[in-house]
Design a protein around this ligand. Structure first.
Ligand code: TYD
Length: 214
């Protein structure tokens, strides 16, 4: 089973991905955590190029293909083998990030992005995707209080983030696998919503996640 978390920067998706992972592991399930971009030796090098504030001159297309290259590597090196071994794979970002950021955000034709996504992902599709949705003003507030230096991707500004958010909402309208969560809710409440959805989808796929809690 492949579960992905999506959202704008600082939406809390990484926290939710970790909480789900811990709960699955505590029930004795084999779990694998994936973070994009990165997650392999090659992917970490690509990640460094993508987030480096010195690389302001990178073209939108080069940026997109680098995210895709990192994904192509992690799919083959880690995700496919884990799924074949029967593990539950939890991804902090997957190809919906490219559709939303590079397609809707940067303006690369979404059909081209989707075609490359399929190639990078070797045709894999997530079984469940969570989009942690936040108003852009709230993202900006969180960025301001995080008191950290912005990486290249985080320096994009409000209009870009609005386009990315709308892109995610459009993906959610088109893809029944996507559940939109209101990321302003408390962490534990969000986790319970995630858990209920995973249990329900797992049951459809013949994986019974609540066996030890029942
Ligand atoms: P990261 O520091 O991992 O941020 P986050 O914790 O929000 O995931 O940086 C990843 C950045 O790269 C983030 O701004 C989103 C962006 N991104 C894309 O633009 N396209 C992609 O395909 C992926 C995977 C990430």
């Amino acid at each position: 089973m492949l579960i992905t978390f999506e959202g704008l920067d600082l939406s809390g998706k990484s926290t939710q991905a970790r909480m789900l992972l811990d709960r699955l592991a505590s029930q004795g399930f084999e779990v694998v955590f994936i973070r994009e971009p990165g997650g392999t030796d090659i992917g970490e090098k690509i990640r460094a190029i993508l987030l480096d504030t010195e690389n302001k001159g990178i073209s939108d297309e080069a940026e997109f293909l680098l995210f895709s290259a990192s994904r192509a590597q992690i799919v083959r090196e880690r995700i496919q083998p884990a799924l074949e071994a029967g593990a539950v794979v939890v991804c902090d970002r997957f190809y919906d990030s490219s559709t939303a950021y590079q397609g809707w955000g940067r303006g690369i034709p979404v059909s081209a992005v989707e075609a490359i996504n399929m190639c990078a992902a070797a045709g894999l599709a997530p079984d469940v995707t969570f989009f942690l949705d936040l108003p852009v003003a709230e993202i900006e507030r969180r960025l301001a209080i995080a008191l950290k230096e912005k990486d290249r991707m985080e320096s994009n500004g409000r209009a870009f983030y609005e386009r990315v958010r709308n892109g995610y909402l459009e993906i959610a309208r088109q893809q029944p696998r996507v559940t939109v969560l209101d990321a302003t809710k408390p962490i534990n409440e969000l986790h319970e919503e995630v858990w209920r959805r995973v249990v329900a989808r797992g049951a459809e796929l013949g994986k019974h996640f609540e066996k030890e809690e029942a």
